[in-house]
Design a protein around this ligand. Structure first.
Ligand code: PRE
Length: 290
């Protein structure tokens, strides 16, 4: 059975995403996103599931940048997971949220709860962890005024108590995760309704050409190709050098896409298809009370 790497340890949101698509006995956890993607690249695992975008905090730049600059791994699926952040404490901690002196979590999770932390935990010292799961595992080992921000699965996994539920600052908090693969091989996933087909492209504009982005967008527009995301990221070659990541709401087809790429090449752009894939969604997780 093909092994699937994910950003672990157990109890991360990526764990929820990977469990939604794959059997738990085929999953292998890694501590960081680069470790996870390197493992697929080396062939240690067949696939990996990593976070790519959050509704509150935006792009997970580590994932996008690693997929562009470090490894060449096509995206083969996307799954959107509802994100509910809770304050998790050691079961022996009897105080209230305002008494917590140290809070631990992944930088994205902390960012999703900035207002809550600012208002309800004034003066708390924030510590960044590699994942929400790692933060929860650490808090279980500490006595005193420590808390993690994470999900109900982590509370259950590490025997923590949910002191305050739903502390993310905005409703409709969701994160998109992508599944990447190195070798093209048939992949078995759990059954889900396909919500959408998408194709992701990377487009590099010619330098210093007036109207280049307008021309790029026109090439999609007159073909009636519906875009769901366009984002610029630094090329890392110098100030002002950017490429664009563009999500198109349709699967790759051998007529429209090659013609589009030819047209973009003719105006001096470089293009690369990063994947064409089905998109799935996961239902909200029930809150586990301890
Ligand atoms: O730390 C985790 O639980 C993760 O799966 C990572 C991650 C992220 O990178 O955005 C995933 C979903 C949430 O948005 C918060 C953290």
């Amino acid at each position: 059975m093909v092994k699937v790497g994910y950003l672990g340890p157990k109890g991360t949101f990526t764990n929820i995403a990977v469990d939604a698509l794959f059997q738990s006995d085929q999953t292998v956890s890694f501590r960081t996103i680069p470790e996870c993607l390197d493992a697929v690249n080396r062939g240690d695992v067949g696939l990996a599931v990593v976070p790519v975008e959050n509704a509150i905090e935006g792009t997970v730049s580590m994932t996008i940048d690693y997929l562009i600059h470090q490894v060449d791994l096509p995206i083969i699926a996307e799954v959107v997971v509802p994100i509910t952040q809770h304050v998790l404490v050691h079961p022996d901690f009897k105080g209230d949220v305002g008494e917590i002196e140290h809070v631990y979590s992944h930088s994205h999770a902390i960012a999703q709860c900035h207002q809550f932390i600012h208002k309800e935990m004034p003066g708390v010292e924030v510590h960044y962890s590699a994942s929400t799961g790692e933060a929860a595992a650490n808090v279980k080992e500490m006595k005193g005024q420590h808390a993690a921000i994470g999900n109900a699965l982590a509370a259950e996994e590490y025997g923590l108590r949910i002191l305050r539920q739903n502390v993310h600052d905005y409703d409709n908090n969701h994160t998109r995760f992508v599944v990447v693969q190195k070798e093209q091989a048939p992949v078995e996933m759990k059954d889900h309704e396909v919500k959408q087909q998408k194709t992701t492209l990377m487009v590099t504009l010619p330098s210093d050409r007036a109207g280049a982005l307008h021309q790029v967008l026109s090439a999609f527009a007159w073909r009636k190709m519906n875009l769901s995301k366009i984002e610029s990221r630094p090329m890392k070659t110098g100030l002002g050098n950017y490429f664009f990541i563009i999500d198109v709401n349709q699967s790759y087809d051998s007529v429209l896409f090659p013609a589009l790429q030819q047209e973009l090449q003719a105006i001096g752009c470089q293009t690369k298809i990063l994947g064409t894939y089905p998109c799935f969604e996961v239902e909200s997780q029930a809150v586990h009370k301890m």
